[in-house]
Design a protein around this ligand. Structure first.
Ligand code: 87F
Length: 516
């Protein structure tokens, strides 16, 4: 069944493009007057999968694996260009370690691997013969890299060691796969650094977290909260975990956007990563690790998409402006086409990513809805009237606002519009999230807020046992509630405030919710 869609996921493939395929679907689409067969508010899961299929993703015949098509890969590359340059400024160097892990090393740090073991995929054969020793496929690269850190780090002059790799990892998840959000293979960067002092490590954790915030807020226009993970939710192999957390109002779920860990000296203990200090004494290094993945793209799609399809923030859109000719019967068609080409040239020269759609087998209306579905932030239409008046018509994808602008001020105008769109998308997303935040104080308020799909901010005693208890008490079909993070920006916590779950004195405000 090569090329078919994964059976269990009930994938519907619509091969016929925006105006619909099979008759049934076409009817539905006609009825809604939109390009998608489901609405975001009516069936979010179906909506998401349909939007992804409009050129971001192709489903694959192995469940939980997806093809990233050029339309999504370009977004990944834009974020990669930003992040790669930023970490290089911090003197991080790129490298590449092998995909395979020998079982000996993988099991070396049993504590951290224990909970994850069921997700590790193994190669057991070559051709028809069994391998003498099966080899694992990296789910993350601590065990692959750290034996070499031990070898490479000898003296204090070898520190800090700051490496990053852009790669794929495999985690054989069993809970429902979702494109970008939860897939069995995904792309990420993983940074692994080693320092002489904890202070240096602490500082880097936050520098990286700030870059992750920038990716979400400034590139993807998705608001996030920076904070500290609870003991239950931190990376078990490390000392503490910081994260950026996003929230999806439609499902009322939090989503961990990226993590920046301080590993402390746990791994230097296990892998004997030590150096000789200036006094000739052996010391253990302090380590960090940090990652963001293609999950970022899924969070962006969920945050901004609407009933017409995707909406891409200009900063990550591979096509920021699409120029569409609108010829009429007796109009100067060639003149219109030439104006389109000239418009694209002018924009491209100014560094704006613009494309024209001169296909003659589709109507302008079809093209509008096709590019809307693909989320291009700005459309430019050029028809006979525009030609006559030496103007173009702009149509914003984020709010539908139309404007006629003189061709003389095209470039400045479009630049300004793209910035406004970026800003507005962030602002709208932030307001939607703010409307979901609920501060609670008691268990009853907590349960009621949870049922209303709120992002809950609660005073908490910060005890592991209490978080486990909350999880147990909220267990249900849609998953249990857990902590997302304790925000670095803490509201005031008056003396005597009690934990909503245990009634003990509260130590901090923490975000709670169901999550992806
Ligand atoms: C699945 C299987 C085996 C997550 C896993 O977050 C091991 C693991 O160690 C595992 N899933 N993790 C935690 C990854 C921690 C850490 N690794 C480097 C990061 C950032 C990049």
């Amino acid at each position: 069944m090569a090329g078919a869609s994964g059976k269990k996921e009930k994938v519907k493939v619509d091969k016929a493009g925006p105006s619909g395929g099979g008759n049934k679907k076409k009817d539905v689409k006609k009825e809604t007057g939109l390009g998608l067969s489901v609405k975001k508010d009516e069936n979010f899961g179906e909506w998401y999968s349909e939007v992804c299929k409009h050129e971001m993703i192709e489903y694959y015949d192995i469940s939980g694996c997806y093809i990233l098509r050029p339309w999504s890969m370009a977004i990944w590359e834009i974020m990669q260009t930003f992040f790669d340059a930023e970490i290089k400024k911090m003197k991080v160097k790129n490298c590449y370690f092998p995909l395979f892990v020998s079982p000996g090393v993988l099991e070396k740090e049993k504590d951290h691997i224990e909970g994850f073991a069921p997700e590790v995929a193994w190669v057991t054969k070559s051709g028809k013969s069994d391998l003498e020793v099966p080899i694992a496929i990296r789910p993350t690269s601590e065990t692959v890299m750290y034996p070499y850190y031990s070898k490479w780090i000898r003296g204090h002059r070898d520190l800090p060691l700051k490496l990053n790799q852009w790669c794929n990892v495999v985690r054989w998840e069993f809970s429902n796969p979702t494109p970008f959000i939860r897939s069995r293979e995904f792309l990420w960067q993983e940074g692994h650094t080693a320092f002489a002092t904890k202070e240096e490590a602490d500082e880097e954790v936050l520098q990286i977290l700030e870059l992750y915030r920038q990716i979400y807020e400034e590139y993807l226009a998705v608001p996030v909260v920076k904070g500290m993970k609870s003991e239950n939710e931190k990376f078990a192999g490390g000392l503490y975990t910081t994260s950026v957390e996003a929230f999806i109002p439609n499902t009322g779920r939090g989503v961990q956007g990226a993590t920046s860990h301080c590993l402390g000296q746990n791994f230097s203990n296990m892998f004997e990563i030590t150096y000789e200090n200036e006094e000739g004494k052996r010391e253990k290094v302090w380590q960090n690790s940090w990652a963001y993945s293609t999950r970022t793209i899924g969070v962006m799609i969920m945050t901004h998409g609407d009933d017409k399809g995707l909406i891409l923030p200009p900063k990550v859109a591979s096509v920021q402006v699409v120029v569409i000719p609108v010829p009429y019967k007796d109009a100067n068609t060639q003149g219109i086409f030439d104006a389109c080409t000239a418009t694209v040239s002018a924009l491209s020269e100014a560094g704006i990513r613009a494309e024209e759609d001169l296909r003659d087998n589709y109507s302008p209306g079809w093209k509008y809805s096709n590019w809307e579905m693909k989320g291009v932030p700005l459309r430019i239409e050029i028809g006979p009237r525009d030609l006559e008046n030496d103007q173009v018509r702009t149509v914003r994808r984020d709010n539908g606002v139309k404007e006629d602008i003189p061709r003389g001020s095209l470039v400045e105008h479009v630049k300004e519009l793209l910035e406004k769109i970026q800003q507005n998308m962030y602002e709208v997303a932030r307001q939607k999230r703010e409307a979901c935040v609920q501060e609670i104080r008691t268990w009853d308020e907590f349960i009621s807020a949870l049922n209303q799909k709120k992002l809950i901010l609660a005073p908490w005693c910060d005890e592991e046992e209490v978080e486990r208890d909350v999880k147990a008490r909220t267990k249900g079909e849609t998953g249990a509630a857990k902590t997302l993070c304790s925000p670095f920006e803490q509201p005031e916590l008056p003396e005597g405030t009690l934990c909503f779950a245990s009634g003990k004195p509260a130590k901090k405000w923490t975000y709670w919710g169901r999550s992806y």
